[in-house]
Design a protein around this ligand. Structure first.
Ligand code: HOZ
Length: 427
């Protein structure tokens, strides 16, 4: 306990004025137990806490810090923008610049709207889909998390799963009745839903690689099958690429799996560490949005110049490094394979899912393909592993329903450090 003296004090103080001591539930370590570690600063692959410890970071702010923390060029871009003013509430040229960069690099999208978070992006995407189709119902998958808008808090993953509130109080029956639940990777289940409600469904929304029930890849043909069934019934397919966008490839999961969605949502990497979300689609759909069309959506700080500058610089750096995504994937594969090798040697039952620079270690003998199987790995071994790695200076997501995000700052030295820590794990 002495190790976290300052963090413990800060957490006690925080709880007097912040509900649960945090501003986002999963940070409170409720799922794994213990005291959340309060961070003071970060640089490259490392975080530094209030008690002076260093941690190798595999959360990377839950995805955004793909270049590593405090990247010099991103920092410089933010500072130079701050000097020009932090918010104008008017259009700026920067917004067009980043929009153009995204549209040029992502398949199938022609226009984009910037918002302030992934939650906002996904809830706006659903409103747009409903406005465009004139239908009310959406299909979502158990264990997928699309932010905390009412429409999504039905069997939601991420923090909602950790705290046992996948269906949150406060979401009305009236809202819940328009969200139809399906199982991730169960295409036949979705076909049955469409057979019953086909002409009432506005959209199917999913994380093309689920990241909020741990990392769960789509089975072969699942994404294409969803696209086909949506189109056969006049519904839109929404890819929530808040995690996968600009992480798995320049064109995200759409590019990696060669399946185009009708609407794509973004967050995390697109803001380079500042609060940014976005949603994008072909012009015919996006032009339904106010002021071009009747579907209302707005935001005082949307397209904020400092946030746009951070996002633009991050995307430019990623896109100009033609091997960036390849290197990220190679490092993550080697990390996953080596960890698996060590755990197997120790006889510790596990499954590792990995796609690009996203991965999760599940302490389960099952193949993890959906929320049910992911739940089988939410167990004391995960909690022991988390705390063991923390003691060893490796910061993992404090929940089995989350994904590790590997940054470009992780090199061979960091991988070695991680493996040495795993070697000491007793199970
Ligand atoms: N999985 C969550 C975001 N996609 C983690 C962040 C949070 O809830 O604070």
């Amino acid at each position: 306990m002495m190790r976290y003296t300052r963090s413990s004090q800060l957490f006690a103080e925080a709880q007097t004025v912040l509900p649960g001591g945090v501003n986002s539930p999963v940070r409170a370590f409720k799922g794994v137990g213990g005291t959340p570690v309060f961070m003071e600063r970060a640089k490259g692959a490392y975080l530094y806490d209030a008690d002076g410890h260093q941690y190798l970071d595999y959360i990377n702010s839950w995805g955004p810090m793909i270049l590593g923390h405090a990247h010099p060029e991103v920092t410089e871009a933010i500072i130079s923008q701050v000097e020009k003013g932090t918010s104008f509430g008017t259009p700026t040229e920067l917004e067009t610049e980043i929009a153009r960069l995204v549209v040029e690099n992502v398949p199938g999208i022609e226009k984009i709207r910037f918002v302030n978070s992934g939650t906002e992006a996904c809830m706006s995407a659903v409103r747009l889909a409903r406005g465009f189709t004139g239908r009310d119902k959406i299909v979502k998958f158990a264990g997928c998390y699309h932010g905390h808008a009412d429409v999504f808090l039905i069997q939601a993953g991420s923090g909602a799963a950790t705290f046992g509130v996948p269906n949150s109080p406060g979401v009305t029956q009236a809202t819940a009745k328009n969200t139809i639940l399906a199982d991730f990777n169960d295409l036949n289940g979705v076909r049955e839903i469409f057979a019953q409600y086909g002409d009432e469904i506005a959209a199917v929304i999913l994380e093309p690689v689920a990241g909020n029930m741990g990392c769960v890849p789509p089975l072969d043909g699942f994404l294409q099958g969803l696209r086909d069934v949506c189109h056969a019934h006049g519904a839109l397919l929404i890819f929530d690429e808040v995690m996968t966008g600009f992480r798995l490839a320049a064109g995200g999961a759409q590019q990696l799996f060669e399946v185009n969605a009708d609407i794509v949502t973004y967050g995390k990497v697109i803001g380079g560490g500042m609060p940014v979300g976005a949603f994008a689609a072909r012009a015919e759909i996006m032009d339904q949005l106010a002021p071009a069309g009747p579907v209302y959506q707005a935001g005082t700080l949307s397209g904020n110049p400092v946030a746009m500058r951070a996002g633009l610089t991050t995307l430019e750096l990623l896109f100009k490094d033609v091997k960036a995504f390849e290197r990220l994937e190679e490092n993550t594969i080697s990390l996953a394979e080596e960890i698996s090798h060590i755990l197997s040697k120790k006889g510790i039952v596990h499954t590792i899912n990995q796609v690009g620079s996203m991965m999760s270690v599940f302490f389960s003998e099952k193949t993890i393909t959906d929320f049910e199987t992911a739940k089988s790995a939410n167990n004391p071994t995960f909690n022991r592993f988390f705390h063991h790695m923390l003691q060893e200076g490796v910061y993992l997501p404090p929940s089995s329903f989350e994904t590790w995000f590997i940054s470009m700052a992780v090199q061979q030295e960091e991988i070695e450090k991680t493996l040495q820590a795993v070697e000491k794990f007793e199970g």
